[in-house]
Design a protein around this ligand. Sequence first.
Ligand SMILES: [Zn+2]
Length: 95
Amino acid sequence: MVTQTRECVGISEELLEAIQGLPLHRYVEHCGQKLQVSPFEFYALCPRCGERLKLRGFSGVPELEDVFDAVFSWMNQPGAAKFSEQRRALLESEE
Ligand SMILES: [Zn+2]
């Protein structure tokens, strides 16, 4: 059998568990108010004082959300939606 194999660069069980466990919302507190935003937002606006709050990209090192962005970018290429939908349906049926 001939198939393409990919090198697994730095993929650990911990990374996979962290991806699966990423909360659906990020909670930010400012001016005594708790905001609920997407985990992928880089910024949020405080509704009380209007300050723009930075939520991602604090250091030069990749963050967990960057892994999602890489996957989202992959999914944006033509033809990828069919495969990701098939895989998601299969994973959902296995849960
Ligand atoms: Zn505020």
